[in-house]
Design a protein around this ligand. Structure first.
Ligand code: SF4
Length: 367
């Protein structure tokens, strides 16, 4: 069914202004600064990184590898020295995702997997809310983000105060927050969800109406899959909302055999054209299983590169959009992060305890 109502900052007279600022991390350092290693393309570096190049040779030209390999080699050496583990989101560039990450996946997979590793330091290659989620689930570990300015249009669209205003307007209606929210927002809601489990989470509440925030398009998608009435928030992912259904129709007309898969953060006219709709993890599994000959993957560009590195026989047609926030993370600032132990992500312990409860309630639901 269509969403029941949609609200945003303009719908609340007297809403506290000027508070949407993410990320709000204060750059801090968690340890001593190490000297910069020599970053030279030597035969030793070439030998040490040859197995890594095998993983990305279909998406990184040979001429570019000598420029990247010395930094990749230095990062992998420093990880051992620092006792660090690198987590990389599916939207990170292939030289990060395939060559320096110990764990890759969607934001929740990363945070949950991080709870299983022995390393005391986590370097989060993703955006700030992901680093916060890792910190929530790993409160005793040091979580570093190479550039704390890596934000997200969804996380920036809503504050904890906005959630309180929604609760006042709809007393007794439970609130579900997509993981793409700040810890401050997670602390105000009943439970979190991902794009993989959003419908399951909404239905788990056994309520006739649920407030679902902040992504209006994911809310619309969820509403189409359940009989629960959905009240949405006017947030959107600036990457996925730019896709257009007509552009997908053009791909289909040019080659009727093409397969189209899309992320549920896309607008409804885009999802209407897709052969499959799913989270990043579900899309990757779909491609592994179906092995389409030609594929249009409607999500952030780097995910198509990362999938193509693994499955070079799948031809990717690429109407992709870059996430400027994800692209703030580079090999250079990952190296700097390991050298300087910056920038450390910290969360007020009382707020973290409330936010953690919302994330853990979702994780426990899966089991
Ligand atoms: S792709 Fe969209 S949802 Fe993901 S971090 Fe970028 S702006 Fe946020």
């Amino acid at each position: 069914m269509p969403i029941t109502g949609i609200y945003g900052p303009d719908d609340f007279a007297g809403r506290p202004q000027g508070q949407i600022v993410t990320p709000r991390v204060q750059p801090t350092r968690a340890g001593p600064v190490l000297p910069m290693p020599a970053l030279e393309w030597t035969s030793a570096v070439e030998r040490a990184t040859a197995p890594l190049y095998e993983r990305v040779k279909h998406v990184i030209p040979p001429v570019e590898w000598p420029l990247m390999a010395p930094t990749i080699h230095a990062i992998n050496e420093l990880k051992r020295e620092r006792g660090a583990v690198v987590l990389a989101h599916n939207y990170q560039a292939p030289e990060i995702f395939h060559c320096v990450a110990d764990i890759g996946g969607d934001s929740l997979q990363l945070a949950v997997e991080a709870t299983k590793v022995k390393a005391n330091v986590i370097v989060q290659c993703g955006v700030h809310f992901m680093a916060e989620t890792s910190k929530l689930l790993n409160p005793d570990k040091t979580v570093l983000i190479p550039d704390s300015r890596a934000g997200c249009s969804l996380a920036a669209s809503i504050t904890g105060a906005d959630v309180r205003l929604l609760r006042e307007k709809f007393p007794g209606v439970p609130v579900v927050a997509y993981v793409n929210t700040s810890a401050e927002v997670k602390a105000e809601v009943d439970i979190c969800c991902t794009s993989s489990n959003a419908v399951q989470v909404v239905e788990s509440l056994n309520a006739p109406t649920v407030i679902f925030l902040p992504d209006r398009y994911l809310a619309t998608y969820v509403a189409s899959k359940t009989n629960v009435k959905i009240i949405a928030w006017k947030g959107a992912c600036e990457v996925h909302e730019r896709f257009k259904g007509e552009e997908l129709r053009a791909y289909r007309e040019a080659d009727p055999s093409v397969q189209i898969i899309a992320h549920p953060e896309c607008p409804p006219d885009v999802l209407a054209e897709a052969d499959f709709t799913g989270s990043t993890a579900h899309m990757i599994n779909w491609v592994r299983e179906k092995r389409p000959r030609r594929l249009v993957m409607i999500t952030e560009c780097s995910m198509a590169d990362n999938v193509r590195a693994e499955l070079p026989d799948v031809e990717m047609l690429r109407p992709c959009n870059l996430c400027p926030h994800m692209k703030r993370i580079t090999l250079s600032n990952i190296l700097e992060s390991l050298l300087t132990s910056g920038e450390e992500v910290t969360i007020d312990p009382a707020l973290a305890a409330r936010a953690r409860r919302s994330v853990e309630r979702m994780i426990n639901l899966k089991n």
